[in-house]
Design a protein around this ligand. Structure first.
Ligand SMILES: [Fe+2]
Length: 165
């Protein structure tokens, strides 16, 4: 049974647990995308963010320790939906280059969502007076913003290469 959300703090802890689960899913998603994409140029930003994501899972677990709380079990429905979207595109038999372009865009979409989630968590942590927690979340937020830029830059470069072949 999910815990009841009776207070803004309960909501914060739920959303923190959501991100802890989401990032664990993203370790798997990024590993799958690295296998699937067709060029080293596309693999590089995915690999870089995979390493950051593994660290983020640890950082989020440490935040629960800092707060003296346990992360509750959360199902991230977004991951399932995004996987279904991916599989629907893959079923349309794109060329390896087109699938790679799709995968970079899909990874960027995930990071955009994470930016929104962490922006909200930073605000909530600040409002609760949890400065140390807010600072860690701010650091993760910055990594997500950088990941969006790297993934989008790789998609632009690859798109130009594909357009000229
Ligand atoms: Fe991320």
């Amino acid at each position: 049974m999910p815990a009841q959300l009776n207070s803004p703090k309960d909501l914060f802890l739920f959303e923190l647990a959501y991100m802890h689960a989401f990032e664990q899913n993203n370790v798997q998603t990024l590993q799958q995308l690295i296998q699937e994409v067709a060029s080293e140029e596309a693999k590089a930003p995915l690999q870089h963010h995979l390493e950051e994501t593994r660290e983020q899972v640890q950082l989020l677990a440490q935040l629960f320790q800092t707060l003296g709380e346990q992360p509750q079990q959360v199902t991230v429905h977004a991951t399932q939906g995004l996987k279904q979207d991916h599989d629907a595109v893959a079923a349309m038999k794109p060329s390896p280059e087109v699938l790679t372009l799709f995968d970079l865009g899909a990874a960027a979409k995930v990071e955009h969502m994470e930016v929104a989630c962490y922006t909200s968590l930073v605000t909530k942590a600040q409002q609760m007076g949890q400065t140390e927690v807010a600072n860690v979340l701010q650091r993760i937020l910055k990594q997500e913003q950088d990941a969006v830029r790297e993934l989008e830059a790789a998609a632009v470069r690859l798109g130009q290469q594909v357009a000229t072949t």
